[in-house]
Design a protein around this ligand. Structure first.
Ligand SMILES: [Zn+2]
Length: 240
């Protein structure tokens, strides 16, 4: 390759690298990512709530079971007391005491039945909340799947573009002297990915500083045979 076209090739390489930088930025700023983060947070919150509600349900169910057991026991006592009344039907005082006991037992049974009803109503509300939570979780899950698909789609498209540019990059660097590519890549690493620029008039197209006549003369003098020098301001390779 003639030295004169080395500068042109280098500037083509700069253009390819700028496109690669843009793709990289796009890749890092894909809008699905923050949305997916938000959804994951919401999903976690809903999962915490579901857990709390499940604990509440368990407590209610245990209370109901305890009350049912107690009611069963009291019902057996009532039957036992009735049996005793029948056996002692002539003993007025005992019958009276047993009757009072049965009355108290029945009151307690009635109260328990009422409490079980209240607890069951509570469970009905818990069911409704659980339904809401699981509907919401299902919606979020569907949205996550949708966004993940769209994210992966965008990523593979950007990566395909990036691969093409990498191939172009390899072709261009193969045309340039290895030493020049090394200098360029070093500057690229130091200067946010832009390692070289054209000089237009007196202005470096990377840092937009206007070179003085003296700086320009020096840059020209120090440039290699391909006309690639160094910007005195930003130190990038300067195609003069
Ligand atoms: Zn510059």
């Amino acid at each position: 390759m003639s030295p004169a076209s080395q500068g042109e090739t280098l500037l083509k390489l700069v253009d390819v690298d700028k496109l690669l930088l843009q793709l990289d930025k796009q890749l890092n700023a894909l809008p699905q990512r923050p949305k997916l983060d938000d959804l994951a947070d919401t999903f976690d919150q809903l999962a915490d709530k579901s857990e709390q509600v499940a604990k509440l349900r368990l407590r209610q169910e245990m209370s109901i079971k305890a009350l049912r057991d107690e009611r069963q026991l009291l019902s057996e006592k009532v039957i036992e007391s009735q049996r005793q009344i029948e056996a002692n039907s002539t003993k007025y005082k005992e019958v009276s005491l047993l009757s009072t006991e049965i009355e108290n037992l029945n009151k307690r049974i009635e109260k328990i039945t009422y409490d079980i009803g209240e607890l069951n109503a509570g469970i009905g509300k818990i069911n409704a909340v659980e339904k809401q939570l699981s509907d919401r979780q299902a919606y979020i899950h569907a949205r996550q799947t949708e966004l993940t698909e769209s994210l992966e789609n965008d990523i593979s498209q950007l990566e395909a573009q990036s691969n093409k540019l990498e191939q172009q990059r390899q072709k261009l660097t193969a045309l340039l002297p290895a030493e020049l590519v090394k200098r360029y890549d070093r500057q690229r690493g130091l200067k946010q990915g832009i390692g070289a620029a054209a000089l237009e008039g007196h202005i470096c197209q990377a840092c937009h500083i206007e070179l003085t006549e003296g700086q320009l003369a020096r840059a020209k003098r120090d440039a290699d045979e391909a006309g690639v020098g160094t910007c005195p301001s930003c130190l990038r390779l300067l195609v003069i």
